[in-house]
Design a protein around this ligand. Structure first.
Ligand SMILES: C[S@@+](CC[C@H](N)C(=O)[O-])C[C@H]1O[C@@H](n2cnc3c(N)ncnc32)[C@H](O)[C@@H]1O
Length: 279
């Protein structure tokens, strides 16, 4: 009888040990997956310096930005998540992020949900091209709508940043900020000289690498007429560039076909302005 009892006790002990081991493994696994979810290295562009400059522009702004708009989120791990974390650090503000690629858009929303759950209540994704989305978004927000901080990083065509700027500028208050990526590439080829010629914006170009980052502070509500004339003329001259004229009038299928015929380095230089071999 006592032998049977001690065998049963041993069995129970062994079973309890097995259960304990199983349970602690399960808890450790769950902890691991949570850790992976919160620090997930989601894909994003902008180098470390650019991410820091973007973050600091938001965390040091006074008053703190309430309304932030971004064009071109890509997968969310570059500008988007850093803007969101900066807003969360500020304890206020909301980001509307525009993205035009449907596959990228869906992944970006999931990435933000997983990697920045603490800040995702500060985020509204907007799907579509900026030139369609922005006018609708502005109309929905009403005539007094104010945009405190803008980050532009959409397509390579320099016309896009000009269109985006002209749509948003009337809504940016004095003290508002605008940052734009790829200031040294084709993307920023028109906005950088145009904005630099407007005397109601203070412009800095950060030499952060081959791309460059534009950072501008609005210092007066409107430019003087002379500076607006200078900026408009400068923009007109840039728009007369034969390559940009061809890109504007030819169908994109024709442009794509021509680019395919060209040597890779040359085609890349024309499409995004990266002429350097390793840029
Ligand atoms: C260079 S990536 C953006 C990188 C992102 N800001 C980051 O830091 O990781 C450009 C993104 O803009 C999107 N895009 C291009 N033109 C656009 C437009 N007109 N409106 C909205 N999104 C656009 C592209 O689909 C692409 O995902």
């Amino acid at each position: 009888m006592s032998q049977a009892l001690s065998a049963a006790a041993k069995l129970t002990k062994a079973a309890a040990t097995r259960i304990l081991v199983h349970e602690s493994r399960r808890i450790a696994d769950r902890r691991d997956s949570t850790r992976m979810a919160t620090t997930a290295d989601i894909e994003g562009q902008l180098n470390e310096t650019e991410r820091r400059l973007l973050t600091e522009a938001i965390t040091t702004a006074r008053p703190k930005p309430k309304v932030v708009i971004e064009v071109g989120t890509w997968l969310g791990g570059g500008s988007t998540i850093h803007i969101l974390r900066a807003l969360e650090q500020n304890g206020e503000g909301h980001l509307w992020g525009i993205e035009a690629d449907p596959a990228v858009y869906a992944r970006m929303i999931e990435n933000i949900r997983v990697a920045a759950p603490e800040a995702s209540h500060r985020f509204t994704p907007l799907f579509g091209y900026s030139e369609d989305v922005l006018p609708k978004w502005l109309a929905e927000r009403g005539p007094g709508c104010q945009v405190d901080f803008v980050f532009l990083d959409g397509g390579n065509n320099p016309r896009e940043q000009i269109v985006e700027f002209k749509l948003l500028d009337p809504h940016i208050p004095v003290g508002g900020q605008l940052m734009a990526h790829d200031a040294k590439l084709r993307k920023g080829k028109w906005l950088v000289p145009y904005l630099s010629a407007l005397d109601n914006w203070q412009v800095t170009i950060h030499d952060t690498g081959p791309e460059g980052l534009l950072h501008a502070l609005k210092v007066a509500a409107r430019p003087t007429p002379a500076s607006l004339r200078r900026a408009t003329l400068r923009l007109f001259m840039l728009q007369c560039n034969p390559i940009e004229l061809a890109a504007a009038v030819l169908p994109s299928s024709v442009c794509g076909f021509v680019l395919k015929l060209l040597p890779r380095r040359f085609a890349r230089g024309l499409s995004d302005g990266r002429w350097q071999r390793n840029g």
